[in-house]
Design a protein around this ligand. Sequence first.
Ligand SMILES: [Zn+2]
Length: 382
Amino acid sequence: MFELLKTDSHSKARLGRLTTSRGVVDTPVFMPVGTQGSVKALDPRELREMDTQIILGNTYHLSIRPGVEVIQQAGGLHQFINWPHPILTDSGGFQVFSLAKIRKIKAHGVEFRSHLDGSLLFLGPKEAMEIQRALGSDIAMVFDDCPSHTGGPREKRAAVERTIRWAKECREQPRAPGQQVFGIVQGGCNAALREECARAIVAMDFDGYAIGGVSVGEPESEIFKAVEFTEPFLPSNQPRYAMGLGTPAQLVELVARGVDMFDCVLPTRVARNGTAFTAKGTVSVKAGFNKADFRPIEEGCECFACRHFTRAYLRHLLNVNEILGLRMVSVHNSHMYLKLMVDIRAHLAAGTFATFRREFVAGYVPSRRVLSARAGTEEIER
Ligand SMILES: [Zn+2]
Protein backbone atom coordinates (compact mmCIF):
# COMPACT_ATOMS: atom_id res chain seq x y z
CA MET A 1 0.00 0.00 0.00
CA PHE A 2 3.06 2.25 0.45
CA GLU A 3 5.63 2.55 -2.26
CA LEU A 4 9.00 4.09 -1.40
CA LEU A 5 10.00 5.82 -4.63
CA LYS A 6 13.25 7.48 -3.60
CA THR A 7 15.40 8.22 -0.55
CA ASP A 8 17.41 11.45 -0.39
CA SER A 9 21.18 10.92 -0.49
CA HIS A 10 21.94 13.69 2.05
CA SER A 11 19.22 13.05 4.63
CA LYS A 12 16.53 10.57 5.61
CA ALA A 13 13.93 12.33 3.44
CA ARG A 14 11.74 10.05 1.36
CA LEU A 15 9.55 10.37 -1.69
CA GLY A 16 6.66 7.93 -1.62
CA ARG A 17 3.17 7.01 -2.69
CA LEU A 18 0.47 5.76 -0.34
CA THR A 19 -2.48 3.94 -1.89
CA THR A 20 -5.75 4.08 0.06
CA SER A 21 -9.20 2.75 -0.76
CA ARG A 22 -10.21 6.23 -2.00
CA GLY A 23 -7.14 7.24 -3.92
CA VAL A 24 -3.41 7.72 -4.02
CA VAL A 25 -1.58 10.13 -1.72
CA ASP A 26 1.85 11.48 -2.73
CA THR A 27 4.25 11.78 0.20
CA PRO A 28 5.59 13.78 1.97
CA VAL A 29 2.04 15.05 2.46
CA PHE A 30 0.33 17.69 4.57
CA MET A 31 -3.18 16.78 5.74
CA PRO A 32 -5.45 19.77 6.50
CA VAL A 33 -7.33 19.26 9.76
CA GLY A 34 -11.12 18.90 9.63
CA THR A 35 -11.69 18.27 13.32
CA GLN A 36 -15.45 18.73 13.26
CA GLY A 37 -15.94 17.42 9.73
CA SER A 38 -14.83 20.66 8.09
CA VAL A 39 -11.43 22.23 7.47
CA LYS A 40 -12.21 25.51 9.19
CA ALA A 41 -13.53 28.15 6.76
CA LEU A 42 -12.64 26.14 3.62
CA ASP A 43 -14.90 24.11 1.34
CA PRO A 44 -13.98 20.89 -0.52
CA ARG A 45 -13.65 22.68 -3.88
CA GLU A 46 -11.08 25.10 -2.44
CA LEU A 47 -9.21 22.26 -0.75
CA ARG A 48 -8.92 20.31 -4.00
CA GLU A 49 -7.80 23.43 -5.90
CA MET A 50 -4.88 23.76 -3.50
CA ASP A 51 -3.79 20.10 -3.94
CA THR A 52 -5.30 18.62 -0.78
CA GLN A 53 -5.06 14.85 -1.14
CA ILE A 54 -6.23 13.72 2.29
CA ILE A 55 -7.85 15.40 5.28
CA LEU A 56 -8.18 14.59 8.96
CA GLY A 57 -11.36 13.93 10.93
CA ASN A 58 -11.69 13.45 14.65
CA THR A 59 -13.27 10.57 16.52
CA TYR A 60 -13.75 12.38 19.83
CA HIS A 61 -15.43 15.49 18.41
CA LEU A 62 -17.54 13.75 15.74
CA SER A 63 -18.77 11.09 18.16
CA ILE A 64 -20.00 13.78 20.56
CA ARG A 65 -21.53 15.98 17.82
CA PRO A 66 -23.35 15.13 15.57
CA GLY A 67 -22.92 11.56 16.86
CA VAL A 68 -21.98 8.38 15.01
CA GLU A 69 -25.62 7.43 14.27
CA VAL A 70 -26.22 10.55 12.16
CA ILE A 71 -23.00 10.03 10.19
CA GLN A 72 -23.87 6.37 9.64
CA GLN A 73 -27.34 7.33 8.39
CA ALA A 74 -25.66 9.72 5.95
CA GLY A 75 -23.65 6.78 4.59
CA GLY A 76 -20.37 7.47 6.38
CA LEU A 77 -18.12 10.47 6.95
CA HIS A 78 -17.13 10.91 3.28
CA GLN A 79 -20.77 11.23 2.23
CA PHE A 80 -21.76 13.32 5.25
CA ILE A 81 -19.15 16.01 4.56
CA ASN A 82 -19.08 15.51 0.75
CA TRP A 83 -15.37 14.68 0.58
CA PRO A 84 -14.96 11.59 -1.65
CA HIS A 85 -11.15 11.56 -1.22
CA PRO A 86 -9.03 9.92 1.51
CA ILE A 87 -9.71 10.71 5.19
CA LEU A 88 -7.55 9.82 8.19
CA THR A 89 -9.29 9.77 11.55
CA ASP A 90 -7.61 10.50 14.84
CA SER A 91 -8.57 7.99 17.55
CA GLY A 92 -9.57 10.55 20.17
CA GLY A 93 -6.75 9.63 22.54
CA PHE A 94 -5.14 13.05 22.27
CA GLN A 95 -8.44 14.83 22.98
CA VAL A 96 -9.38 12.63 25.92
CA PHE A 97 -6.03 13.40 27.52
CA SER A 98 -5.97 17.10 26.65
CA LEU A 99 -9.59 18.32 26.65
CA ALA A 100 -11.65 16.16 28.95
CA LYS A 101 -11.90 17.73 32.38
CA ILE A 102 -12.18 14.85 34.79
CA ARG A 103 -10.86 11.48 33.70
CA LYS A 104 -10.19 8.11 35.20
CA ILE A 105 -7.79 5.81 33.36
CA LYS A 106 -9.04 2.23 33.45
CA ALA A 107 -7.69 -1.05 32.08
CA HIS A 108 -9.57 -0.82 28.77
CA GLY A 109 -9.85 2.92 28.23
CA VAL A 110 -10.63 6.24 29.83
CA GLU A 111 -13.74 7.38 31.65
CA PHE A 112 -14.17 11.12 31.29
CA ARG A 113 -16.62 13.97 31.30
CA SER A 114 -17.51 15.67 28.01
CA HIS A 115 -15.85 19.08 27.64
CA LEU A 116 -19.23 20.37 26.42
CA ASP A 117 -21.90 19.31 28.88
CA GLY A 118 -20.08 17.30 31.53
CA SER A 119 -21.83 14.03 30.64
CA LEU A 120 -19.98 10.83 31.56
CA LEU A 121 -18.35 9.12 28.56
CA PHE A 122 -15.97 6.23 27.98
CA LEU A 123 -13.43 5.83 25.18
CA GLY A 124 -10.97 2.98 24.82
CA PRO A 125 -9.37 0.87 22.08
CA LYS A 126 -12.60 -1.00 21.32
CA GLU A 127 -14.80 2.12 21.25
CA ALA A 128 -12.31 4.21 19.24
CA MET A 129 -11.98 1.53 16.56
CA GLU A 130 -15.74 0.97 16.49
CA ILE A 131 -16.37 4.69 15.91
CA GLN A 132 -13.69 4.89 13.20
CA ARG A 133 -15.17 1.82 11.54
CA ALA A 134 -18.59 3.51 11.53
CA LEU A 135 -17.09 6.76 10.19
CA GLY A 136 -15.53 4.67 7.41
CA SER A 137 -12.20 6.53 7.30
CA ASP A 138 -9.48 5.27 4.97
CA ILE A 139 -6.85 5.36 7.70
CA ALA A 140 -7.76 4.81 11.36
CA MET A 141 -5.42 5.54 14.26
CA VAL A 142 -5.05 3.34 17.33
CA PHE A 143 -6.20 4.65 20.71
CA ASP A 144 -3.11 5.66 22.68
CA ASP A 145 -2.15 7.26 25.97
CA CYS A 146 -0.79 10.71 25.20
CA PRO A 147 0.72 12.14 28.41
CA SER A 148 1.71 15.80 28.81
CA HIS A 149 5.39 16.58 28.25
CA THR A 150 5.74 17.75 31.85
CA GLY A 151 4.91 14.28 33.23
CA GLY A 152 7.59 12.39 35.19
CA PRO A 153 9.40 9.19 34.17
CA ARG A 154 6.89 6.97 35.95
CA GLU A 155 3.98 8.58 34.14
CA LYS A 156 5.80 8.26 30.81
CA ARG A 157 6.58 4.57 31.36
CA ALA A 158 2.97 3.85 32.36
CA ALA A 159 1.77 5.65 29.22
CA VAL A 160 4.04 3.56 27.01
CA GLU A 161 2.88 0.30 28.60
CA ARG A 162 -0.75 1.32 28.23
CA THR A 163 -0.18 2.47 24.62
CA ILE A 164 1.29 -0.95 23.74
CA ARG A 165 -1.53 -2.84 25.45
CA TRP A 166 -4.23 -0.69 23.85
CA ALA A 167 -2.57 -0.96 20.40
CA LYS A 168 -2.87 -4.74 20.66
CA GLU A 169 -6.58 -4.42 21.52
CA CYS A 170 -7.08 -2.03 18.57
CA ARG A 171 -5.29 -4.46 16.25
CA GLU A 172 -7.85 -7.15 17.08
CA GLN A 173 -10.93 -5.03 16.31
CA PRO A 174 -12.80 -5.35 13.00
CA ARG A 175 -12.23 -2.62 10.39
CA ALA A 176 -14.27 -0.85 7.73
CA PRO A 177 -13.75 -2.33 4.22
CA GLY A 178 -10.33 -1.27 2.92
CA GLN A 179 -9.50 0.64 6.11
CA GLN A 180 -5.83 0.83 7.07
CA VAL A 181 -4.80 1.13 10.72
CA PHE A 182 -1.71 2.99 11.92
CA GLY A 183 0.04 2.26 15.23
CA ILE A 184 1.33 5.11 17.43
CA VAL A 185 4.69 5.25 19.19
CA GLN A 186 4.85 7.16 22.49
CA GLY A 187 7.74 7.59 24.92
CA GLY A 188 8.25 11.36 25.15
CA CYS A 189 11.84 12.46 24.77
CA ASN A 190 13.31 9.28 26.25
CA ALA A 191 15.38 7.24 23.79
CA ALA A 192 14.95 3.90 25.59
CA LEU A 193 11.18 4.30 25.93
CA ARG A 194 10.82 5.34 22.28
CA GLU A 195 12.79 2.29 21.16
CA GLU A 196 10.86 -0.08 23.42
CA CYS A 197 7.51 1.32 22.29
CA ALA A 198 8.48 1.37 18.59
CA ARG A 199 9.70 -2.25 18.65
CA ALA A 200 6.52 -3.47 20.36
CA ILE A 201 4.17 -1.52 18.06
CA VAL A 202 6.03 -2.49 14.87
CA ALA A 203 5.90 -6.17 15.92
CA MET A 204 2.09 -5.90 15.74
CA ASP A 205 2.37 -5.21 12.00
CA PHE A 206 0.27 -2.10 11.36
CA ASP A 207 -0.16 -0.42 7.95
CA GLY A 208 1.83 2.64 9.03
CA TYR A 209 3.32 4.22 12.13
CA ALA A 210 2.80 7.53 13.84
CA ILE A 211 5.15 9.32 16.19
CA GLY A 212 2.83 10.58 18.91
CA GLY A 213 3.31 12.86 21.88
CA VAL A 214 5.26 15.37 19.80
CA SER A 215 2.81 18.26 19.85
CA VAL A 216 2.09 18.68 23.53
CA GLY A 217 3.85 21.97 24.26
CA GLU A 218 7.46 20.77 24.33
CA PRO A 219 10.37 22.81 22.86
CA GLU A 220 11.44 22.24 19.26
CA SER A 221 14.68 20.45 20.18
CA GLU A 222 12.64 17.79 22.01
CA ILE A 223 10.30 17.34 19.03
CA PHE A 224 13.28 16.59 16.79
CA LYS A 225 14.83 14.27 19.39
CA ALA A 226 11.60 12.30 19.84
CA VAL A 227 11.47 11.75 16.07
CA GLU A 228 15.18 10.86 15.86
CA PHE A 229 14.79 8.36 18.73
CA THR A 230 11.83 6.67 17.00
CA GLU A 231 12.61 6.71 13.27
CA PRO A 232 15.40 4.07 13.22
CA PHE A 233 12.97 1.45 14.55
CA LEU A 234 10.24 2.08 11.96
CA PRO A 235 10.16 -0.08 8.81
CA SER A 236 11.37 1.82 5.75
CA ASN A 237 8.69 0.35 3.50
CA GLN A 238 5.78 1.82 5.47
CA PRO A 239 4.57 5.39 5.98
CA ARG A 240 5.58 7.47 9.02
CA TYR A 241 3.35 10.20 10.40
CA ALA A 242 4.36 12.91 12.91
CA MET A 243 1.16 13.92 14.65
CA GLY A 244 0.13 17.57 15.12
CA LEU A 245 3.21 19.32 13.69
CA GLY A 246 4.40 22.03 12.96
CA THR A 247 5.67 25.31 11.45
CA PRO A 248 6.76 25.28 7.77
CA ALA A 249 10.47 25.14 8.72
CA GLN A 250 9.79 22.31 11.20
CA LEU A 251 8.02 20.35 8.46
CA VAL A 252 11.07 20.65 6.20
CA GLU A 253 13.32 19.48 9.06
CA LEU A 254 11.00 16.58 9.88
CA VAL A 255 10.90 15.47 6.24
CA ALA A 256 14.72 15.41 6.42
CA ARG A 257 14.37 13.13 9.46
CA GLY A 258 12.32 10.59 7.52
CA VAL A 259 8.71 11.65 8.20
CA ASP A 260 6.14 11.24 5.37
CA MET A 261 2.86 12.58 6.76
CA PHE A 262 1.84 15.67 8.72
CA ASP A 263 -1.25 17.36 10.12
CA CYS A 264 -1.43 20.67 11.93
CA VAL A 265 -4.09 23.16 13.00
CA LEU A 266 -1.68 26.11 12.69
CA PRO A 267 -2.56 27.31 9.14
CA THR A 268 -6.26 27.74 9.93
CA ARG A 269 -5.90 28.53 13.63
CA VAL A 270 -3.58 31.52 13.24
CA ALA A 271 -5.53 32.72 10.18
CA ARG A 272 -8.39 33.53 12.50
CA ASN A 273 -6.34 36.18 14.28
CA GLY A 274 -5.04 37.53 10.97
CA THR A 275 -1.62 35.84 10.90
CA ALA A 276 -0.33 34.66 7.52
CA PHE A 277 2.49 32.19 6.82
CA THR A 278 5.10 33.07 4.22
CA ALA A 279 8.39 31.43 3.22
CA LYS A 280 10.14 33.98 5.46
CA GLY A 281 7.98 33.47 8.56
CA THR A 282 4.66 34.88 9.66
CA VAL A 283 3.17 38.28 8.99
CA SER A 284 0.29 40.00 10.77
CA VAL A 285 -2.11 41.03 8.02
CA LYS A 286 -3.93 43.19 10.57
CA ALA A 287 -0.83 45.26 11.36
CA GLY A 288 -0.90 49.01 10.74
CA PHE A 289 1.92 48.85 8.17
CA ASN A 290 -0.46 47.04 5.80
CA LYS A 291 -3.00 49.89 5.84
CA ALA A 292 -2.19 51.05 2.31
CA ASP A 293 -0.06 48.12 1.12
CA PHE A 294 -1.56 47.02 -2.17
CA ARG A 295 0.67 44.00 -2.65
CA PRO A 296 -0.66 40.47 -2.03
CA ILE A 297 0.07 38.66 1.26
CA GLU A 298 3.06 37.00 -0.43
CA GLU A 299 4.54 38.04 -3.77
CA GLY A 300 4.53 35.12 -6.22
CA CYS A 301 1.96 33.11 -4.25
CA GLU A 302 -0.60 31.52 -6.56
CA CYS A 303 -3.39 31.05 -4.00
CA PHE A 304 -6.83 32.54 -4.69
CA ALA A 305 -6.36 35.21 -1.98
CA CYS A 306 -3.02 36.44 -3.35
CA ARG A 307 -4.25 36.41 -6.95
CA HIS A 308 -7.30 38.52 -6.11
CA PHE A 309 -6.82 40.65 -3.00
CA THR A 310 -4.34 43.08 -1.45
CA ARG A 311 -2.99 43.21 2.10
CA ALA A 312 -4.72 46.56 2.59
CA TYR A 313 -8.13 45.12 1.68
CA LEU A 314 -7.68 41.92 3.74
CA ARG A 315 -6.51 44.03 6.72
CA HIS A 316 -9.67 46.11 6.39
CA LEU A 317 -11.86 42.97 6.26
CA LEU A 318 -10.19 41.53 9.36
CA ASN A 319 -10.55 44.82 11.25
CA VAL A 320 -14.28 45.04 10.59
CA ASN A 321 -14.76 41.30 11.25
CA GLU A 322 -15.88 40.42 7.74
CA ILE A 323 -15.83 36.63 7.31
CA LEU A 324 -14.13 36.93 3.90
CA GLY A 325 -10.99 38.25 5.60
CA LEU A 326 -10.36 35.22 7.78
CA ARG A 327 -11.46 32.93 4.96
CA MET A 328 -8.88 34.39 2.60
CA VAL A 329 -6.05 34.20 5.17
CA SER A 330 -7.08 30.56 5.76
CA VAL A 331 -6.94 29.97 1.99
CA HIS A 332 -3.47 31.50 1.78
CA ASN A 333 -2.09 29.63 4.82
CA SER A 334 -3.43 26.23 3.81
CA HIS A 335 -2.20 26.77 0.25
CA MET A 336 1.22 27.72 1.63
CA TYR A 337 1.53 24.46 3.58
CA LEU A 338 0.33 22.34 0.67
CA LYS A 339 2.57 24.13 -1.85
CA LEU A 340 5.53 23.59 0.49
CA MET A 341 4.89 19.83 0.22
CA VAL A 342 4.62 20.07 -3.59
CA ASP A 343 8.01 21.86 -3.61
CA ILE A 344 9.57 19.31 -1.23
CA ARG A 345 8.40 16.43 -3.44
CA ALA A 346 9.74 18.15 -6.57
CA HIS A 347 13.14 18.74 -4.92
CA LEU A 348 13.28 15.14 -3.70
CA ALA A 349 12.53 13.91 -7.22
CA ALA A 350 15.17 16.22 -8.70
CA GLY A 351 17.78 15.40 -6.06
CA THR A 352 17.98 19.04 -4.88
CA PHE A 353 16.32 18.67 -1.47
CA ALA A 354 19.52 19.38 0.53
CA THR A 355 19.94 22.84 -1.00
CA PHE A 356 16.23 23.59 -0.72
CA ARG A 357 16.24 22.55 2.97
CA ARG A 358 19.26 24.70 3.81
CA GLU A 359 17.91 27.80 2.06
CA PHE A 360 14.34 27.44 3.29
CA VAL A 361 15.25 26.91 6.94
CA ALA A 362 17.82 29.74 6.87
CA GLY A 363 15.23 32.12 5.39
CA TYR A 364 12.40 31.21 7.76
CA VAL A 365 12.15 33.24 10.96
CA PRO A 366 9.74 31.61 13.44
CA SER A 367 7.63 33.78 15.71
CA ARG A 368 6.99 33.04 19.35
CA ARG A 369 3.30 33.77 18.94
CA VAL A 370 2.91 31.00 16.38
CA LEU A 371 4.83 28.49 18.48
CA SER A 372 2.58 29.17 21.46
CA ALA A 373 -0.51 28.83 19.25
CA ARG A 374 0.60 25.31 18.40
CA ALA A 375 0.49 24.37 22.07
CA GLY A 376 -3.22 25.06 21.66
CA THR A 377 -4.17 26.95 24.78
CA GLU A 378 -6.33 29.52 23.04
CA GLU A 379 -9.25 27.34 22.00
CA ILE A 380 -10.49 23.81 21.65
CA GLU A 381 -9.38 22.30 18.39
CA ARG A 382 -7.61 19.36 16.74
ZN1 LIG B 1 -1.34 33.39 -1.09
